[in-house]
Design a protein around this ligand. Structure first.
Ligand code: AHM
Ligand code: MG
Length: 335
């Protein structure tokens, strides 16, 4: 029988052999994985668990919250606050940062997450997920502050997502490539199912919400228009389109077989740089994609080089197969 490598064993070996993971970070990642298991259980119960539907509340960004958005947020906070590995957390679903209460020891890491990405898909039984990013708290004796979270994505020490689909899959990087783990529900553990994930540099598949086409900027319009022309157009090949409307699921498809994902700036709200959030969506996904050989930009610069100005900052996102991302980015600079 093939050797099964659990997430715990994988992390211990990364710590021991490769020296990539300090023990505190290993603990943090195991706790996040455990929280994802709980969220996966709740998602699976669906209507039977009374978890579907709206929570009748809005988050700081004015978006309606679903019951599962709030449940997933609470699961992540409760799982992570007591272990001594974290100083504070930030979430798409909370206005400000959550500082680890005084009754628990404070660690040196900061955890950021979108507890349940793809909220519009919760009630219709389509894949959704959790996205997370880990930073180190800047050195110093003072207490943790919101500005400590405003670090470029290149400072991340770990990032990952867990997709709750036909399978529950955890995808992780600590800066040494990307590994995928599948949840074995009978054993209750994540098992390594793919190491050294690589995204093909070329693709014939794009993901974008086409209903926004009339609002796009010229470079994105040009790129998609060329794809749509297929074999007869300048690209000389036919393209396929997929749009799940859960970033986590669209990115997972790209991790699995390549492709390009875009949620660009558009004219509907010209003052907003984009829809997706820099700190807990674009940065972790951008780093994972780069670690798998892909690229991630906002059309003008590498996502991971952006200096965040505030916690819930939004950004235009173009990520996936390297050559396609570079092409869209070059169309922006050609303007
Ligand atoms: P959420 O974090 O509130 O779920 O919003 C982010 C989601 C992404 O997962 C997805 O790519 C996008 O919003 C879909 O947006 P749209 O409904 O405009 O297509
Ligand atoms: Mg999201």
């Amino acid at each position: 029988m093939a050797k099964r490598i659990s997430l715990t064993r994988y992390l211990v070996e990364q710590q021991r052999v490769a020296g990539h993971i300090p023990s505190e970070l290993r603990l943090l990642l195991e706790v996040v994985a455990r929280a994802c298991k709980s969220i996966s259980q709740a998602v699976n119960k669906g209507a039977l668990g009374g978890v579907l539907g709206s929570a009748d509340s809005e988050n700081v960004q004015g978006e309606m919250q679903k019951k599962l958005d709030i449940i997933a947020n609470e699961v992540l906070i409760e799982a992570n606050e007591w272990g001594g590995h974290l100083a504070a957390m930030a979430s798409e679903e909370m206005d400000g940062i959550y500082v680890v209460p005084n009754r628990y020891p404070q660690g040196e890491y900061l955890l950021l997450f979108d507890p349940l990405d793809g909220s519009s898909n919760i009630d219709v039984n389509v894949s959704i997920g959790t996205i997370f990013s880990v930073l180190k708290k800047p050195e110093g004796d003072r207490g943790v502050e919101e500005t400590d979270f405003l670090q470029p994505g290149s400072h991340q020490v770990a990032a990952g997502y867990c997709v709750y689909g036909p399978q529950t899959t955890l995808v992780l990087t600590v800066g040494d490539g990307v590994a995928m783990f599948t949840l074995d529900r009978e054993q209750g553990s994540f098992v390594l199912t793919q190491e050294n994930v690589r995204i093909p540099e070329d693709t014939k598949e794009f993901a974008i919400n086409m209903s926004n086409m009339r609002h796009w900027d010229e470079p994105v319009r040009r790129y998609i228009d060329e794809c749509l022309q297929g074999k007869e157009g300048p690209r000389g090949k036919d393209f396929n389109m997929r749009w799940i409307a859960s970033m986590v699921a669209d990115v997972h498809r790209i991790m699995s077989r390549g492709g390009i994902f875009m949620y660009p700036w558009d004219k509907r709200e010209p003052n907003k740089p984009g829809k997706l959030r820099l700190l807990y969506e674009a940065n972790p996904m951008g780093w994972l994609i780069e670690q798998a050989g892909g690229a991630a930009t906002n059309g003008r610069q590498r996502i991971l080089d952006i200096q965040p100005g505030h916690l819930h900052e939004r950004v235009s996102v173009i990520l996936g197969s390297k050559n396609e991302v570079e092409r869209v980015t070059s169309y922006h600079s050609a303007l």
